[in-house]
Design a protein around this ligand. Structure first.
Ligand code: NAG
Ligand code: NAG
Length: 563
């Protein structure tokens, strides 16, 4: 407390000296542009400024150049900046002016003024006040974003005013808002070659070596540097390639390896989850040891469950991209799958959340052809956990698990694949065998009995069941099972089965998939199937939604839910 008070007093005393050269500059501008305004503000001037700034900042809708011009004619920029720097003890003034300047610099006119005020930006990035720092970071973003700016000029301004190291400092030492604003500015900077050159100079300078900076930081600072690395990685393939070749992804790997703080590890896993989403990054990620590290977390029984769950989600995301299979070999994918398989084997019912996450990860992996094939191969196919859980009704506690499994089975069977629904012979045989095994172990005895029983469950389960059937029905054995139960046909062809839009569409897609499979099947000409074919055909023509014969009063909520 005492130290903070001293520091504040010290800053209050020193600030005027610190800003003195700048103030002189602004005073000159004020006098030049607005002779009636002295830099000694009267309370009246100030309250007018604050009121107008507040109106400008809170104006609903986009501020035009015209309104920016009007505002600046009344209150020139140097005057606003002067007030911001000298009148910081006026309550509410700082936040209002900061909000006003933020919007001002977002207009084209405002952005075009930024190059003349780079010294303000420079001072603002070092300000004691977090809102001012954040404003300064956002101003850099506006400078870069301004379509009127020329890349070379912007890069020169940023270099001349030493902006980049100050942004790094904001990233590491600012509060959360400042750090986010600094990161955004640096992301913008990485968006053009001259900017990239500032972040990653081809002639290596100490200051811009993110790895070295990270090694000197606290763990929070390191996490923020890593977050920056991920942000920059997402900008473009060339940024990702640079980051990979500068070994910056090793920062994340090292952090996971040396983990002794769950929160830090969790933050890094959060970043990896983001990283896994970046399509152009797949190639570089697959060259690192990240997948192996994730596998070791998943297999580590002493790790916290939340860490294992996050690790499974990341691998699911990574292996849900068809392209990754051209960068990793099959054994690597198999290692990932078997680590999740091992988890499912040992968990079964012990940790419900982790079990659901594992099934979801299989669902993601199973959405690709290669992933589905691997999940369904071998004498103990990993997907056996999915087929078991999909039809295993375990009361309310088992609901989430069954739901995850049904969705996963939908993906594995190809519901989300536009082509390559049918897998290779081994995978197909295993899929068929496992569904029949699940049936024989249940009281329903047949797959059609299983399908019907899930279609009789709640709307969430039905939705997942429609997806699963849509995928599976491309197989002749499944088509025969479906057609053998008139009640299934009745459910999927009846537009009144579902009441919500998403359910209606899932039911309709399922109906179409069955119809398509029947039409391309040898049995389509068989008179025994003629009735079913007609019924499906009519339902396909009717469309997904229930067209009411007579208009009846409906509660508003119901209508909104439907459409
Ligand atoms: C974490 O563990 C490593 C070695 O296991 C040790 O060197 C380091 O000091 C530990 N860090 C913290 C913050 O405990
Ligand atoms: C199914 O696959 C899609 C496409 O990859 C994916 O977005 C979705 O999350 C997967 N669903 C489940 C339940 O795994």
């Amino acid at each position: 407390m005492a130290i903070a008070t001293h520091a504040r007093r010290f800053m209050t005393l020193c600030l005027p000296f610190f800003f003195f050269p700048l103030l002189r500059l602004f005073r000159f501008h004020c006098e030049y542009q607005s002779p009636h305004m002295d830099h000694e503000f009267s309370m009246d001037d100030l309250s007018q400024l604050v009121e107008a700034a507040n109106d400008f900042a809170t104006y609903p809708g986009v501020q035009s150049d015209d309104s920016a011009r009007d505002f600046l004619n009344r209150f020139p920029l140097p005057l606003i900046i002067n007030a911001l720097q000298t009148q910081y003890d006026v309550p509410g003034l700082e936040n209002t002016l900061v909000a006003c300047l933020e919007r001002l610099f977002k207009t084209k006119l405002g952005a075009s003024l930024i190059p003349q005020y780079m010294s303000f930006v420079q001072v603002g990035l070092q300000a004691d006040s977090q809102p001012v720092r954040s404003l300064a970071c956002k101003t850099v973003t506006c400078l870069i974003e301004n379509p009127g700016s020329d890349c070379k000029t912007v890069a020169r301004l940023i270099t001349d005013f030493n902006i980049y190291p100050l942004l790094i400092d904001c990233l590491i030492n600012g509060n959360e808002q400042v750090a986010a604003a600094a990161m955004e500015a640096m992301k913008m900077l990485a968006g053009f070659p001259e900017g990239m050159e500032i972040i990653f100079p081809s002639a290596k300078g100490v200051d811009s070596d993110l790895g070295a900076i990270a090694s000197r930081c606290s763990s929070l600072g390191r996490v923020r540097i890593m977050a920056l690395v991920v942000k920059l990685f997402s900008v473009s393939r060339s940024a990702a390639s640079t980051i990979y070749s500068l070994n910056l992804l090793k920062l994340l790997e090292a952090e996971i390896k040396n983990a002794n703080d769950t929160l830090v590890t969790l933050s890094v896993l959060e970043l990896l989850y983001e990283l896994a989403e970046i399509e152009h990054g797949t190639e570089f990620l697959s060259k690192t040891s990240i997948l192996q590290l994730l596998c070791s977390i998943i297999s580590d029984n002493s790790a916290e469950s939340i860490l294992r769950s996050r690790a499974m989600m990341i691998t699911g995301r990574l292996l849900s991209k068809e392209i990754i299979y051209s960068f990793i070999d099959e054994s690597c994918a198999k290692t990932v799958i078997s680590s999740i398989d091992g988890k499912l084997q040992s968990l079964e019912t012990s940790d419900r959340d982790e079990c659901e996450t594992a099934l979801e990860a299989f669902g993601q992996i199973g959405s690709t052809f290669e992933g589905a094939r691997l999940l369904l191969s071998g004498s103990q196919p990993p997907a056996r956990h999915v087929t078991c859980a999909a039809f295993d009704r375990q009361g309310p506690q088992g609901h989430g698990r069954q739901l995850a499994a049904l969705h996963a089975l939908g993906n594995i069977s190809g519901e989300t694949r536009s082509e390559n629904i049918i897998l290779n012979a081994e995978a197909e045989e295993n899929l068929r065998r496992m569904v029949y095994e699940a049936a024989s172990k249940s009281s329903k005895l047949t797959p059609s009995g299983l399908f019907l029983s899930v279609l009789h469950q709640d709307s969430e389960i039905r939705l997942a069941a429609y997806r699963m059937i849509s995928g599976l029905v491309a197989r002749p054995w499944c088509l025969m099972e479906i057609c053998s139960k008139q009640e299934i046909i009745n459910i999927v062809t009846d537009p009144s089965t579902e009441t919500k839009k998403i359910g209606m569409e899932a039911r309709y897609n399922c109906c179409k998939a069955i119809h398509k499979s029947l039409m391309s099947s040898r049995v389509s000409s068989d008179s025994a199937f003629a009735g079913i074919a007609t019924k499906l055909q009519e339902a396909v023509e009717k469309g997904p939604y229930l067209i009411k014969k007579q208009v009846e009063a409906q509660p508003v909520v119901m209508t909104a839910e439907r459409f």
